[in-house]
Design a protein around this ligand. Structure first.
Ligand SMILES: C[S@@+](CC[C@H](N)C(=O)[O-])C[C@H]1O[C@@H](n2cnc3c(N)ncnc32)[C@H](O)[C@@H]1O
Length: 291
């Protein structure tokens, strides 16, 4: 009955009104369809994501990274990096979690650097971890996101010229080794980029009490030096220590006092958030930073 009334009303309308009614109805139908498709897509992506994570949880990584891999995943989803670099891949736990996030982002690449040979810092399991790494990457379908670089960080740094958004340092854990990796790659990290170190809390309980403590472990000492030099350092004391470092001493300024405002000693002054190392350098030269 309702349909008949509607159709009769429609038939009585003058031609231009009929046309308006037709376009309004089809327009809202198309809009509704679009919204439904978008919802279905979101649901499909969520299901895909859950499957990928479930699959990753069941892979053999022989890794000490634990649930901190989820932090790498979340950071990558959040900052939407174009270029990520990892030093020390082993069987690929960290790489695969970054890779899964890059895949969901729809762009970005991880350069996963590791010689996959005896280095003194191999995790338990096969020392030639390349085959296991490749198998894990393939199982998660992240081959396009991860560029495997079979070399030491020193070799990979030669001629490196890309700006880096996310740098994960988990290779040579001696003091000299971790310092060298920071010095090689940190100059390429964008001001708002993030450097992540693993194994930073070995000197703290409960990790220092464990049997596998090593005298040549130098990551905590080096990262603490960065903290004392004024780099923003945030450590989560889980999974042997997971630390985020911002690459500008004192942190990237976030606020500019209005022109002519009285500033106190504690105010950081910069014309705007710096976008490149050159901008950081010139802001420093102009006295905008306290470092
Ligand atoms: C602790 S494992 C990495 C674990 C991995 N990130 C994970 O999520 O499971 C350390 C790795 O660093 C690699 N490594 C040691 N020295 C290196 C160097 N100079 N350059 C690159 N990788 C290095 C070792 O071969 C080893 O596979």
């Amino acid at each position: 009955m309702y349909v008949v009334t509607k159709l009769t009303r429609f038939a009585r309308k003058p031609l231009p009104d009929k046309w308006t009614a037709i376009t309004a109805t089809t327009g809202s139908a198309v809009g509704g369809l679009r919204r439904r498709l978008a919802k279905a897509n979101t649901l499909k992506n969520r299901i895909r994501r859950s499957f990928a994570h479930a699959r990753a949880e069941n892979l053999e990584f022989n890794s000490g990274l634990g649930d901190s891999a989820e932090l790498l995943y979340a950071l990558t989803r959040s900052i939407k990096p174009t270029t990520c670099v990892e030093i020390g891949s082993a069987c690929g736990k960290s790489a695969c979690y970054i890779g899964m996030a890059l895949k969901e982002n729809g762009f970005g690449r991880l350069f996963a650097i590791d010689p996959h040979s005896p280095t003194g810092w191999n995790d338990p399991g096969p020392v030639d971890s390349l085959e296991a790494f490749r198998a894990n990457v393939a199982a998660l379908g992240v081959d396009e996101q991860i560029m495997i670089v079979r070399s030491t960080s020193q070799q990979a740094a030669q001629g490196w010229d890309r700006q880096i958004d996310l740098l994960f340092i988990d290779g040579d854990h001696t003091y000299e080794g971790v310092k060298r990796d920071w010095e090689l790659f940190n100059p390429h990290v964008r001001p708002f980029g993030i450097v992540v170190f693993h194994d930073t809390a070995w000197e703290l309980p409960p990790f220092c009490d464990r049997d596998y403590a090593r005298a040549d472990m130098g990551v905590p000492r080096f990262v603490d030096e960065l903290r004392r030099q004024g780099y923003p350092v945030l450590t989560i004391n889980k999974d042997f220590g997971f630390t985020l470092v911002q690459t500008v001493r004192g942190g990237c300024p976030l606020w500019q006092p209005p022109e002519g405002a009285q500033t106190t000693d504690g105010d950081l002054r910069t014309p705007s958030a710096p976008q490149s190392r050159e901008e950081v350098r010139s802001a420093k030269a102009a006295g905008f930073y306290r470092v």
